[in-house]
Design a protein around this ligand. Structure first.
Ligand SMILES: CC(C)(COP(=O)(O)OP(=O)(O)OC[C@H]1O[C@@H](n2cnc3c(N)ncnc32)[C@H](O)[C@@H]1OP(=O)(O)O)[C@@H](O)C(=O)NCCC(=O)NCCS
Length: 231
């Protein structure tokens, strides 16, 4: 059993700047502070969105000028954002921070169950969930509470997995997918890139990229995932 203070970050505390000042950023600030070796030293947002110079008692700095105060050789970053535009807003900031040389760290809750050999990429945010041996999670994956990822399952970059989602073993999930609360996936299927799986949907067959499946029977809706009003 491993968690943030143990295998992720190698037990070495980093000075961290969080991108964002919304709900996810507040939760990340709390969890990194109380359940990781890292120290949050500042928040950052795009300059045009900077409204207050302080948040949660820490400075808020314009992202464009972050190097002035916190160059990449002195701090790591975590992009603390939700799933807007099928996670593409968060992915954009992830790419921008990486391109400027910032290391992105992951948070893995000490209340989660992971095993040596499970792979978890950078900028992941894994709350109290179960990740079974031989599962492989890419980069920039948000996984809320009470989730399950089975053995040999591979999850692509930039996905958002809400609470109590069960992703069985030998499943392949493409990048930029969204899973609503309590969604259930049977084993050995493929979820295409940019799919949206609605709350409580049961998915028993592979899905087409860019599609939406919703309702208890996981029905394919007649709307492309990038046309959904709520995502
Ligand atoms: C499927 C889902 C993603 C669609 O959400 P949305 O982007 O807000 O879109 P809407 O609810 O307006 O639905 C879009 C269309 O799909 C239809 N639709 C949505 N859910 C449906 C369902 N279960 N069965 C049939 N049609 C459905 C709507 O009627 C609407 O069609 P219309 O435009 O003709 O009226 C949403 O129902 C859902 O399950 N969200 C997950 C919630 C969640 O888990 N939140 C936790 C986040 S941490």
């Amino acid at each position: 059993v491993t968690g943030a203070g143990r295998d992720h970050g190698g037990g070495v505390g980093k000075r961290l700047v969080l991108f964002g000042v919304g709900q996810v950023a507040d939760l990340a600030h709390f969890l990194f502070t109380h359940d990781s070796p890292h120290e949050v030293v500042a928040f950052t947002v795009d300059g045009e969105r900077l409204e207050a110079s302080e948040h949660r008692g820490l400075p808020v700095l314009p992202f464009e000028e972050l190097e002035r105060e916190h160059p990449p050789d002195e701090v790591s970053m975590f992009i603390a954002m939700g799933y807007s535009r099928l996670n593409k807003v968060r992915a954009g900031k992830y790419d921008a921070a990486k391109a400027r040389g910032y290391e992105l760290v992951s948070y893995v809750s000490s209340a989660s169950v992971t095993w040596p050999g499970a792979q978890i990429g950078d900028n992941c945010f894994i709350q109290d969930s179960i990740i079974q041996p031989f599962a492989r999670l890419g980069n920039d994956i948000v996984m809320w509470s009470g989730g399950f990822v089975g053995p040999e399952t591979v999850i692509g970059d930039h996905c958002f997995i809400a609470s109590h989602v069960v992703i069985s073993g030998n499943v392949t999930v493409g990048p930029n997918c969204f899973f609503g609360v309590n969604a259930t996936l049977r084993d050995a299927i493929t979820i295409g890139a940019e799919c949206v799986i609605g709350a409580g949907a049961l998915i028993t067959k592979s899905t087409k990229p860019g599609s939406v499946y919703a309702g208890a029977n996981g029905r394919l809706l007649d709307i492309a995932s990038d046309r959904l009003p709520g995502l």
